[in-house]
Design a protein around this ligand. Sequence first.
Ligand code: HGY
Ligand code: MN
Ligand code: MN
Ligand code: MN
Length: 394
Amino acid sequence: MSGLDAIAGIGADRRRGGYSRHVFDDAERHLREWFVEQAESRGLEVETDANTNLWAWWGKPGEDAVVTGSHLDSVPGGGAFDGPLGVVCALEAVDLLRERGFQPSRPLAVVVFAEEEGGRFGVPCLGSRLMTGTIDADRARRLRDTDGISLAEAMGSFGADPARIGRDEGALRRIGHFVELHVEQGKGLVDLNRPVAVADSILGHGRWRFRFRGQGNHAGATLIDDRKDPMLPAAELVVAARRAAAATADGRATVGRLVPNPGGTNVIASAVDLYLDARAPRGARAMVEDLAEQAMELASQEGCSVEVVEESFGDTVHFDAALRDRLCEVLDDVPSLPTGAGHDAGVLAAEKPTAMLFVRNPTGISHAPEEHATVEDCEEGSHALARVLTDLAG
Ligand code: HGY
Ligand code: MN
Ligand code: MN
Ligand code: MN
């Protein structure tokens, strides 16, 4: 908790509540500095990889390492635990192992992945996607934030070389196992009345941008019949998305961001960008294809047009069953749980034996300031992580 307290003032968002910490902004740079200080004070050797992920090594960096960690960025107005808890518990686990005089037989590293939430450039798990080549480097360089700054430009200002981003064979060879600890983002552990679980699967999920275009005009002088208001099909699509998710097995669909241009109370918008987050064990893409057809119909009814762009997609992830079972056993039969939230561990799972630990969230709320974990459960989590690292690196 002292780790979380130390960063509690960084990136606090007075307007939205909670935290807004986005890749390469002041808050996120500050968090990187904090991490480097923490790692170096423990004698860990810190390096930043070509994709701006941070690594802290216990002993010499080497291949087949046991790697743990998470991310420090947040969604806009997010909670204090999503990401930082996995980093703080990783450092705490290192302390616990040291106190016990543990000597790892394999290299051990704590990693902080960049832009996990996609809060600035729109693609979640950007650092791990780049490292694994799951996103094309050229496409990534051209991603833009809401101020029009490209990832390449932002990396340049940060002091990283955008020409070097992309699949990083060296970094990947070093990962033998990856274990990410994370606050649970639902109520699974509350319902089971248990503090810690091992992850079983991650729901397939993606993000899409629907750009509706109409005719900007005067709110008072334009007769209702004369309007081409892109807000109309956008609003109807919000409702259609909810219905589509309800009709899809274990489906979810969210419009958490709707951006009218130019955005004036007395102005009929000329365009509206609607950002859709859709998830399902199977068929998230089919759900969105159907919504895209509906969007076209809704747009044409209003004399508008629509263009749909897939910003990211990841299939359902089933974590390595042998590793999951091994963790459950090492942790004396903790339960295993599926999750609807995405993680860098989900990206890495396609390449490496990967596992996750969840720590109970008494509110069951996440991506909001009410996200929580008690001191006792965080302690359970770091002790569980220390046991897993001891097992894997012993
Ligand atoms: O959006 C997600 O599921 C994740 O927390 N990035
Ligand atoms: Mn998150
Ligand atoms: Mn997270
Ligand atoms: Mn006027």
